[in-house]
Design a protein around this ligand. Structure first.
Ligand code: F6P
Length: 552
């Protein structure tokens, strides 16, 4: 039995380290963050870590030195570190799909060697990066022209899930680094409205479609790509010969790409050891590279790599992804927290939490362990959140005074991005809110403090804030491509740590299959009124009503 298997074989909730944490949790039951800060005046500076450009303050977490020690012991006992090393080495740690998990190779430097089945994967990664760079340069310089000879000014990425969320999110994050003369849009939903709205005001002669699909079989993407081709050829009044100038593919499946009619020369390859939700720094990032340029894209990869190296080598006490993973295990396992909020105080990070939802929930939304046994502990949380300060005027009420414990990450930046320099005052106001919120969540307001303000007694309970809501603050100087890479790698490895401790396969996603299979089965019932076997009575009645309303 390998070291990793041996360590995973004891059930999590039967481990002495788990029991020790449960007992410790009881001891901490009545301890408030106010007490923890009173006891340790240095807590605000002692409970901080740095990785790359990211300063992390976890002093407002419901933990003590003892909690952290016990959590690290749990990590050691559950084999987080050997599994981490196995991942970096390219072992097949995605057990249910028998695949290696090597997204870290996508940002490894050219000089690195990462062997998979006796072959170094790094040269292949850099060959694709080089091909992407050449293509990006040709598009951005106007050298690559469309079928009618016009320069490409519009990029439409068609993909879904991991083939959409990453580049769509990063395009927003790095807007100020983009070529503002290029229009870049992302189409994912099979709802025709998505494609319609994306192309309705575009000139087909100046439009490039990037069809992003690891498998090139995903029904939403193939449907959208087929309609996009029809639209393009119709607008240009051209035949299939126009496709080569207006369609490229990002995929692992050359055969399907070619069946679709895209020249394999125009395919940017990646590999089955890159999970969809971990793929955005592979060829899947082509739309982003076209927007921000190859140099900024490489800066972003360097940011990823910096955090990979930190995760791989930093001692447990200083290991930031480890800490974030352990905190989630602490709240899910011992505080019954069901969700985790990620609250970026940057408008540019508006899609960041949506991206993390796939990363975290598709990875760790599992209820059987790696051997297929049901787990009896909480696994991945519901991840949610929107940029501050908007959330403050929506759902923060529940964070402050609701009945639920919702740990939250606050992400903010010391400087606004350069282009906003002229809008003086906004940024300090934004960040004043950022700091005020974590303070209010942690320390609240006691009834005595409320009374001291002259509040009538009957309103005191309403104006009291219990506090004790845990938050992590992540602060960086500026939102750069490298910082974006650092942030994403941080969360990737946090998710890894949690999956390792919960002993689940964080790299498969069987849960999305059933819905896909049923949708295929139900479709003829909608279109042809076919009597589809196996439809439950509720769905059957709904389909009948749908057909009636649709006029069929
Ligand atoms: O949602 C399931 C999933 O397989 C994701 O993991 C993946 O990112 C997405 O579908 C898209 O898949 P593909 O890139 O193969 O089209």
């Amino acid at each position: 039995m390998s070291e990793t298997n041996a360590q995973a074989s004891t059930r999590l909730d039967q481990r002495p380290e788990w029991h020790a944490l449960a007992k410790h949790r009881e001891e901490l039951a009545d301890v408030h963050l106010r007490d923890l800060f009173d006891r340790d005046p240095d807590r605000g500076s002692r409970y901080t870590l740095q990785v790359g450009d990211l300063h992390l303050d976890y002093s407002k977490q419901l933990v003590t030195d003892e909690t952290l020690r016990l959590l690290r012991e749990l990590a050691a006992a559950t084999g987080v570190f050997p599994l981490r090393d196995a991942m970096f080495r390219g072992e097949r740690i995605n057990v249910t799909e028998n695949r290696a998990v090597l997204h870290t190779a996508l940002r490894a430097p050219q000089s690195a060697t990462i062997d998979l089945d006796g072959q170094n994967v790094v040269p292949g990664v850099h060959a694709v990066l080089y091909k992407m760079t050449q293509f990006a340069d040709r598009i951005r310089s106007g050298e690559w022209t469309g079928y009618t000879g016009r320069r490409i000014r519009n990029i439409v990425n068609i993909g879904i899930g991991g083939s959409d969320l990453g580049p769509a999110m990063a395009y927003e994050v790095l807007r100020t680094h983009t070529d503002r003369d290029l229009t870049v849009r992302f189409v994912s939903n099979v709802d025709g409205a998505d494609l319609y709205e994306a192309v309705r005001d575009l000139d087909a002669a100046e439009t490039l479609f990037i069809i992003a699909s690891k498998t090139f079989t995903t029904i939403e993407t193939i449907t959208n790509a087929t309609s996009a081709r029809q639209w393009l050829l119709g607008e240009l009044g051209a035949g299939d010969e126009a496709v080569a100038k207006h369609f490229v593919a990002l995929s692992t499946n050359a055969e399907k790409v070619s069946d679709f009619g895209i020249d394999p020369q125009n395919m940017f390859e990646f590999w089955d050891w890159v999970g969809g939700r971990y793929s955005f720094d592979s060829a899947i990032g082509l739309s982003l590279m076209l927007a921000i340029g190859p140099n900024a894209f490489r800066e972003m990869l360097a940011g990823f790599h910096l955090v990979d190296e930190h995760f791989r080598t930093a001692p447990p006490e200083q290991n930031v992804p480890l800490l974030l993973g352990l905190l989630g295990v602490w709240y899910g396992g011992f505080h019954d927290a069901q969700s985790h909020a990620v609250l970026p105080y940057s408008h540019y990070l508006s899609k960041f939490t949506a991206y993390l939802q796939q990363l975290d929930m598709e990875s760790n939304g599992k209820s059987v362990d790696r051997d297929g046994n049901p787990v009896s502990w909480q696994t991945g949380p519901v991840v949610w959140g929107t940029p501050g300060t908007n959330g403050q005027h929506a759902y923060y009420q529940l964070l402050h005074q609701g009945t639920k414990l919702i740990p939250a990450d606050f992400i903010g930046f010391a400087r606004p991005v350069e282009e906003l320099g002229a809008l003086a005052g906004h940024h300090d106001l934004l960040m004043a809110n950022f700091f005020a919120q974590t303070q209010a969540l942690a320390f609240g307001k006691t009834p005595d403090e409320v009374r001291a303000e002259g509040v009538p007694e009957e309103l005191v309970p309403h104006k009291t804030f219990r506090g004790n809501h845990p938050t992590t603050t992540i602060l960086a100087t500026e939102l750069t491509p490298s910082v974006l890479g650092q942030l994403i790698a941080l969360y990737e490895h946090k998710v890894f740590v949690q999956g390792a401790i919960w002993n689940i396969d964080s790299f498969d996603q069987w849960g999305v299959e059933l819905g896909k299979v049923l949708a295929k089965r139900v479709e003829p019932a909608l279109t042809e009124g076919a009597d589809v076997p196996g439809l439950d009575p509720s769905t059957k009645a709904l389909v009948a009503r749908y057909r009636e309303l649709r006029g069929r």
